[in-house]
Design a protein around this ligand. Structure first.
Ligand SMILES: *[C@@H]1O[C@H](CO)[C@@H](O)[C@H](O)[C@H]1NC(C)=O
Ligand SMILES: *[C@@H]1O[C@H](CO)[C@@H](O)[C@H](O)[C@H]1NC(C)=O
Length: 310
């Protein structure tokens, strides 16, 4: 039965090969040679864009898994020293605007990008998503971010403990005074559950992006365009207080012991930010990992986070 001449089979094979070859070339040409969506990363407190032990290492890890990907690690300021300083002493709203500007001007990001924020860099990138829809952020990965802020600063990362002692004093003496709000980054996501009214009225950054004063429909609409919002919580975190803030939960108002989940909060039940709708659409991903603040292995990173960047 199978007596097709060999030469016909050979021709057929060649034709198929050529066809697939040209399809491949065509799709490559359409996408440029990079098939991965670009990634923007924002470092945490006491860190900077380019430290080979931190963000530089993350960039390398991502590039190793997704060859050809464009990774932009945000530098807030003119140089690395200024970038590190911005993590402590610069108006966060101004930093977010600065980041939006870098992102909007980067031609490699114009078709959209994914974002990955570390610690406070995560809530700052969420503000970018809410305020700056062009180019569009597709997926936001928050690695130990504090979406409901912090009430306490039990430990500072790295070698910045003397700065932290100073910050603690400033926060205790008046986190919600305008001068402290304007200049101290940690005050701008300081969330005092015992002084809820003060927080709502005077927090220049966090209360604004969390819709505490008004519901800004633009924020809601923009956040809801995310394809996925992934939140990583470090189960043994000794830096963030309360740790549930990494999953968008917080202390119940009026005390600082009992916490509530995002789903129990007014932000969610009133759906002031679109998070309830996103949750129902399967866009919220809650990941937990068994380590202290920002402590994870490359295997965990590759297995749990890289899939969201493919
Ligand atoms: C692809 O990625 C490389 C490495 O990040 C970059 O230099 C190049 O400009 C990118 N090409 C396109 C078309 O985006
Ligand atoms: C809502 O957010 C947009 C985008 O940041 C801003 O331009 C606008 O002024 C905000 N509106 C209110 C009422 O805060």
């Amino acid at each position: 039965m199978c007596n097709w001449p060999n030469v016909t089979l050979f021709r057929l094979n060649m034709a198929l090969l050529l066809l697939f070859g040209s399809l491949l070339l065509l799709s490559r040409a359409a996408q440029g040679s990079n098939t991965s969506i670009p990634l923007v990363i924002w470092h945490g407190m006491g860190d900077n864009c380019c430290n080979p032990m931190s963000m530089g290492g993350i960039k390398k890890m991502v590039e190793a898994e997704l060859p050809g990907i464009y990774v932009l690690s945000l530098m807030i300021g003119k140089n690395i020293a200024e970038d590190t300083e911005s993590g402590f002493f610069r108006d966060v709203n101004d930093q977010v605007a600065f980041a939006c500007d870098i992102i909007a001007k980067d031609p490699k990001l114009k078709a959209g990008y994914n974002a990955m924020g570390f610690s406070q860099g995560a809530q700052f990138l969420r503000a970018v998503a809410q305020r700056c829809p062009n180019p569009p952020m597709k997926t936001l990965i928050s690695v130990g971010g504090q979406h409901q802020g912090v009430y306490g600063l039990p430990r500072c990362p790295g070698e910045s403990s003397h700065i932290c002692d100073w910050i603690r004093k400033a926060l205790n003496s008046g986190a919600y005074t305008d001068a402290v709000q304007k200049h101290l980054v940690q005050a701008q996501y300081w969330h005092d559950p015992l002084n809820d009214d003060l927080y709502k009225q005077h927090s220049l950054f966090l209360a604004d992006i969390n819709q505490e004063r008004v519901v800004n429909e633009t924020y809601k609409k923009n956040l809801m365009t995310l394809e996925k919002f992934v939140m990583v919580k470090f189960l043994k975190d000794t830096v963030v207080d309360p740790v549930i803030s990494e999953w968008f939960g917080f202390f119940k108002t009026g005390q600082a012991k009992e916490t509530e989940t995002l789903q129990q909060s007014a932000l969610y039940t009133e759906d002031r930010l679109g998070l309830a709708q996103m949750d129902k659409a399967g866009k919220l991903v809650f990941l937990g990992t068994d380590g202290d603040h920002l402590q994870f292995t490359q295997e965990w990173f590759n297995a749990k986070l890289i899939p969201f960047l493919r």
